[in-house]
Ligand binder design. Structure first.
Ligand code: GDP
Length: 443
């Protein structure tokens, strides 16, 4: 583990806009030879932050296209290096010719996420912000996009930094006591301020862990699995929720055998809805496999919708925690009185009652207040913050139980290092490789 392992070298280039025919395409260049490439390709002298309408020249100074070239002088650029952006007509052939000219001049193709990686290595952003760039690009729901933008603006990093400062404060205090170890400690041990510092830091840790959990949900979405016996209307409900005829609806039992999944948004939140095979005993091997997969999907879901035929409402065991859906309400002569909040009487056929279920799902996701301030986060953040909290709690226990203070200081240092992993102050090449490989080329 060390800070900002190695600097990357070379001048890189890639198409930054989406592939395929488009109105315009943007080619981005970054690195020490950017100025030289700019001059060769545009026959103009690069001027910082000036958009120049220009001709793009290819091999042997052949004219390729006309467009706009912008130059950003480092370090005031996305990557912190000299950067150029060439906006050409959005033809893959034109993009290829411009890129080939750059490679001919000594540039190389950028690796996935390499522009953002350089921005991180050049201290233009920390690791959570770099990850937020990917989250923002990949966001398919408005809530995720807004939360990712907050992380990108540094709100998540700031929360982590605030706790790290609190840990530093405690550590400084403990180390001061350590330095006076040959003096009478009775007065300095457990002073009120130290105990309140510990309390405050623990509160902040707990808050951050909860915010990180929500941030993961906002980024990844919730998984909702629809389960139940054959023919109760699971596929019909799935189609109703997803607003499409994605799953096959049939009165013949055992139609859905593999899991059918659809990504949707409810109230701006991302959700993955899974329709599963009807739960029943079957001699048929394929159906058996379908049932096995259904049970597994149920275990890993955030919300399980257990669907029943409403006519059986009296005999249903409601003592489990999942959300119960009583379907086919349109076939009931009289609606039963149900006042449990997790039971939903509806008709997947007519749609009556489905909105109430959707509202309930949106409520499960995150409360409105948290939604307003949520950030995007990942499992790795939660792991590191959890590790930091564990080390911090050990340190606190050590202080309260009068353990050797050098061991306490060690735990506090461990807590700080784990927090530093989140923002990438301390990191490994493996972790960086893992993070940036999921980026697209050109970002
Ligand atoms: P699954 O096997 O649980 O996925 O059930 P399906 O969605 O395939 O539906 C089984 C049968 O019940 C089909 O004939 C559907 O048209 C019918 N069905 C599903 N939902 C309703 C409903 O709310 N009301 C009525 N009347 N029929 C329904």
């Amino acid at each position: 583990m060390n800070k900002k392992i190695k600097k990357v070298t070379g001048t890189i280039a890639a198409q930054a806009s989406a592939r395929g025919a488009a109105g315009i395409s943007v080619i981005r260049v970054s690195g020490p030879q950017t100025k030289e490439f700019f001059s060769e390709i545009t026959k103009k002298t690069p001027v910082d932050r000036n958009a120049a309408y220009t001709t793009f020249y290819g091999s042997n100074d052949k004219e390729i296209d006309n467009g706009v070239a912008v130059f950003f002088e480092g370090p005031k650029s996305y990557t912190g290096e000299d950067v150029a952006e060439f906006s050409s007509h959005g033809s893959p052939a034109i993009v290829e010719m411009i890129l080939n000219r750059i490679y001919e001049l000594g540039g190389r193709e950028a690796q996935p996420g390499e522009f953002t990686k350089r921005a991180y290595l050049n201290d233009k952003m920390d690791l959570t912000q770099a990850e937020a760039v990917a989250d923002l690009i990949e966001s398919t729901s408005t809530r995720t996009a807004i939360a990712a933008k907050r992380s990108l603006a540094g709100e998540f990093s700031k929360k982590v930094g605030d706790i790290s400062n609190k840990v530093t404060e405690v550590r400084a205090f403990v180390e001061t006591i350590l330095d006076f170890s040959d003096q009478d400690l009775d007065e300095t041990k457990h002073p009120k301020t130290l105990l309140s510092m510990l309390e405050e830091a623990k509160d902040s840790f707990e808050k951050l862990i909860e915010q990180t959990r929500i941030g993961i949900r906002v980024r990844n979405g919730l998984v909702i699995t629809i389960m139940g016996e054959p023919n109760v209307g699971k596929s019909s409900l799935f189609n109703k929720i997803c607003g499409s005829e994605r799953a096959i609806v049939s009165s013949k039992a055992g139609t859905t055998r593999d899991i059918v999944s659809e990504n949707i948004t409810i109230d701006g939140f991302p959700l993955k809805v899974l329709d599963t095979a009807g739960l029943r005993y079957s001699e048929n091997e394929i159906e058996q496999e379908g049932v096995k997969r259904a049970l597994e999907a149920g275990k890993s879901a955030d919300i399980v919708l257990e669907v029943f035929d409403a006519k059986d409402w009296k005999t249903i065991n409601r003592k489990n925690k999942s959300t119960i859906v009583l379907n086919k309400s349109d076939l009931l002569e009289k609606n039963p009185q149900l006042d449990e909040p997790n039971i939903f009487l509806l008709s997947a056929k007519t749609g009556k009652g489905v909105d109430r279920l959707l509202d309930h799902i949106a409520d499960q996701f995150i409360d409105a207040d948290s939604a307003e301030s949520s950030i995007t986060a990942r499992e790795r953040h939660l792991r590191s913050i959890g590790d930091a909290y564990t080390a911090f709690c050990k340190a606190e226990k050590g202080i309260v139980e009068n353990e050797a203070l050098d061991l306490v200081a060690e735990e506090l240092l461990q807590a700080q290092n784990s927090l530093a992993e989140v923002t990438g102050e301390f990191t490994t090449e493996d972790l960086l490789g893992e993070i940036f490989k999921s980026f697209c080329i050109g970002k």
